[in-house]
Design a protein around this ligand. Structure first.
Ligand code: SF4
Length: 237
């Protein structure tokens, strides 16, 4: 039986693929064949139903103390092109988005060196007051660590509790990129390790909450690194 046939059999039976099989799909599978198999699995799980979210993506600031190699968004504080939005400006953008039909607001920013903790709490409280209330999907794991370690000087759990009380519904899945240490060292030196990223999401899950995970493919990884992301994310829950 070929590797593809084994994968097909497992997918049909709803069994988990091995890391090697995942890497095979990434590197060697025929795209249309893979799409057809994925569609069969999707249909088995949810039938003909499709869902979507009307989402508005906002950034409160692009000022960041880190310098990830792939990031065209961040600026150092005195560089040209920086921006910082006030709570009022963020809420105004949120209101406009909801009036246009958005049901979710997705916000991330750089690791700002001096915005006070109160800014983040106030932004959430005010956004949570918009009617009808949008789903507030805000902050990556590295922003949570930044708030905990440098801004509020609290534990991750305390920060997440504060943010949830202020209106946070979900974390975003960003900041994971690729978990392999040698790739992280090259593309986002100084960012949290895979274990530190997972810790934030484990704490959030332990509080009964959910979120997604985002992988940044093709930034010098060879496929296996993305597979190990899938495995690790599965462990995170
Ligand atoms: S932490 Fe985020 S905003 Fe800052 S440089 Fe890295 S990817 Fe860009």
């Amino acid at each position: 039986m070929s590797v593809w046939e084994k994968i097909e059999k497992k997918a049909e039976a709803g069994e988990r693929l091995s890391l090697e099989e995942g890497v095979f799909l990434f590197r060697d599978a025929e795209l249309h064949q893979l799409g057809q198999l994925a569609d069969r699995v999707r249909e088995r799980k949810v039938g003909k139903r499709a869902s979507y979210v009307l989402n508005r993506y906002l950034n409160y600031s692009n000022v960041c103390i880190l310098s990830c190699q792939f990031c065209a968004f961040a600026r150092k504080r005195r560089e040209p092109g920086t921006f910082e939005l006030s709570v009022e400006e963020m809420v105004e953008e949120g209101r406009k988005a909801v009036a246009q039909g958005a049901t979710e607001i997705h916000i991330v920013g750089g690791l700002h060196p001096s915005l006070p903790y109160s800014f983040y709490l106030e932004m959430l409280k005010e956004l949570a007051g918009i009617q009808p209330k949008p789903m507030l999907k805000i902050f990556t794991a590295i922003e949570i660590r930044h708030l905990a370690e440098r801004v509020a000087k609290k534990t991750i759990e305390e920060v997440l509790e504060d943010l949830r009380s202020a209106g946070l519904d979900s974390l975003t899945g960003g900041g994971a990129e690729i978990f392999a240490p040698e790739v992280r060292e090259r593309i986002c030196k100084g960012k949290e390790t895979a274990e530190e990223w997972l810790e934030v999401h484990r704490v959030w899950h332990g509080m009964g909450e959910k979120h997604g995970h985002d992988v940044v493919w093709a930034c010098g990884d060879g496929g296996a690194e993305g597979g190990s992301f899938g495995e690790a994310a599965g462990v995170a829950g």
